[in-house]
Design a binder for this molecule. Structure first.
Ligand code: 6GU
Length: 224
């Protein structure tokens, strides 16, 4: 897939792109590109935002700036970009992101539009296919949300997680019927009197599997 992130702060992603699963995705031939809105602004003085019509606090990212950045990156009219890929505005007003949406977004090319300030001019609705939030709270910008979304999406690409076993039993995976993962322990077997469940050190793989399944059921609120 090709993943394009539009942001005023590409430097925010410098650490993120060094992560092993991101590098793995690139090795597998997937593409990751960052576009700084400011590099393509049609306005003078590198302006990208403006005061809100009707008054009020803060600044709003301009729609002409967002359109120019999309056009520079894709070489087609901005409204046409969503004909070939999902174009996602990251906004606290969006649909809440979840594992299923991560699967969906991993199916093709993807654009993530990060807002800043008070967000993007509402007319961005003409350019996007989706509006996505990562939870019911307000972040100062879309960058942290874009990292969360792209992290979850890249993990869905075949071969990005080298041990496919980690995906089978991962939280929310169908193997866990939408539940969260069972608890994990490692050495030491005892620390300050805190021990690990006996069954995990028993070597009885059947018993371990049953114990883990039980933990998943309990976490999901099951009764038996
Ligand atoms: Cl996607 N953006 C911002 N700015 N705040 C958020 C969010 C996104 N999701 C939750 N809060």
């Amino acid at each position: 897939m090709r993943l394009d992130v539009f942001t005023l702060f590409p430097a925010a992603f410098e650490w993120y792109v060094t992560q092993v699963h991101v590098r793995k995705a690139l090795e597998l031939g997937h593409e990751l590109a960052f576009t700084n809105y400011r590099d393509h602004t049609p306005l003078s003085h590198l302006q990208v935002d403006d005061t809100p019509y009707g008054g009020g606090a803060g600044m709003v990212l301009r729609i002409d700036v967002v359109a120019a950045a999309l056009e520079a990156a894709f070489g087609v009219g901005a409204p046409a970009v969503r004909e070939s890929r999902r174009v996602v505005e990251l906004t606290p007003k969006g649909r809440q992101f979840d594992d299923r949406l991560a699967e969906e977004l991993a199916e093709g090319d993807l654009v993530l539009l990060c807002g800043r300030y008070e967000g993007i001019d509402e007319r961005v609705a003409h350019l996007v296919s989706d509006r996505v939030s990562i939870g019911p709270y307000v972040l100062s910008g879309g960058e942290v949300a874009a990292m969360a979304v792209s992290d979850a999406v890249l993990r869905k690409l075949p071969g990005v997680i080298s041990n496919p076993e980690s995906l089978v039993d991962e939280s929310f995976a169908p193997g866990l019927e939408g539940g969260t993962e069972y608890p994990q322990y490692t050495r030491p077997a005892e620390f300050r009197g805190w021990t690990v469940p006996e069954v995990l050190v028993s070597g009885d793989h059947g018993a371990i599997a049953r114990w883990r399944a039980e933990q998943v059921r309990r976490a999901a609120g099951g009764t038996d």
